[in-house]
Write a protein that binds this ligand. Structure first.
Ligand SMILES: Nc1ncnc2c1ncn2[C@@H]1O[C@H](COP(=O)(O)OP(=O)(O)OP(=O)(O)O)[C@@H](O)[C@H]1O
Ligand SMILES: [Mg+2]
Length: 265
């Protein structure tokens, strides 16, 4: 079964004399509960793909099927309703929030907007979400600026799972964290996937991270998808020049992170 099918997606950016093919005929698919690692040099188009998938920017061409629907033609109330099914975590999402916002309000937003639980149950649901990501319930009353970077990413994950998505897009979600904290966050993500069957599109420039969590890895180079394969195969026996170059740039794979994805597909 396919959860997500991206077909021949393209996107150009033009400003003045500069014209960039950020995405050039990119096709890929994702199964339920699968992690697809997306790697590529800076500027290769990874975040552009993520932003189109989140419906933050339009595509120029191509199609996306998600949960059986023509994802790019959804609009209005249909889009608002279905949006809950794809969530995103990026590098310090919560840094973009008002620093005075409380952790509780950050988690209350998606519950309210998508009407996940009745108002009377929201406080309890927020406590359950915090507990699930390993934080005490009284964190709900803290302001966002009073939590550490690792805790902030836990809260961002809690916010993402609040709407019971089938897909979470992670764009450099652990890149800013210390290695030991990064390992713990990856473990949490792997557990959540096992528990809830969530698929991840995991964007990272860090191959050791991708190896730890991905079932498959897709490699981008200058707007094109140049290689896709089982994670171990791509890392041990890369076919494309772009994958070769990325692997050659890693002195050795970092330890202290879980080995391999949570389950076979
Ligand atoms: N809003 C924009 N306006 C103009 N050009 C853009 C815009 N967004 C992205 N680009 C260009 O599109 C290309 C792809 O950018 P994108 O952010 O998708 O790369 P990336 O793979 O995520 O890179 P990084 O690893 O640095 O995050 C780059 O050349 C970038 O400069
Ligand atoms: Mg990016």
């Amino acid at each position: 079964m396919t959860l997500l099918e991206i077909e021949r997606l393209s996107k150009r950016f033009s400003s003045g004399s500069r014209d960039v093919a950020a995405l050039n005929d990119v096709s890929l698919s994702l199964a339920p509960a699968e992690t697809l690692g997306l790697v590529g040099a800076s500027g290769s188009g990874k975040s552009t793909l993520a932003r189109i998938l989140m419906r933050l920017i339009p595509a120029d061409g191509g199609a996306i099927r998600f949960e059986g629907e023509d994802w790019l033609s959804l609009s209005g109330a249909d889009l608002r309703r279905r949006r809950a099914r794809i969530q995103m975590v990026f590098q310090d999402v919560l840094g973009a929030f008002n620093p005075r916002a409380t952790v509780g309000s950050v988690l209350d937003d998606p519950l309210r907007i998508h009407n996940i639980v009745p108002k009377a149950d929201r406080r309890r649901e927020i406590a359950a979400l915090l507990d699930r990501v390993g934080l005490p319930a009284d964190y709900a009353d803290r302001s966002i600026r009073d939590v550490s970077g690792g805790q902030r990413q836990r809260i961002a994950i809690a916010r993402a799972i609040a709407t019971q998505p089938s897909l979470i897009v992670l764009d450099e979600a652990v890149s800013a964290l210390d290695v030991s904290i990064r390992g713990k966050i990856l473990e949490l993500l792997v557990e959540l996937q096992r528990e809830r069957g969530i698929a991840y599109l995991f964007v990272s420039h860090d191959l050791s991270v991708l190896r730890a969590v991905s079932h498959r890895i897709a490699v981008m180079d200058a707007g094109r998808l140049v290689e896709t394969g089982a994670a171990g195969r791509v890392i041990e026996n890369p076919h494309s020049a772009a994958a070769h170059a990325l692997i050659a740039a890693v002195p050795r794979l970092v330890t202290g992170i879980p080995q391999g994805p949570s389950h076979d597909l």
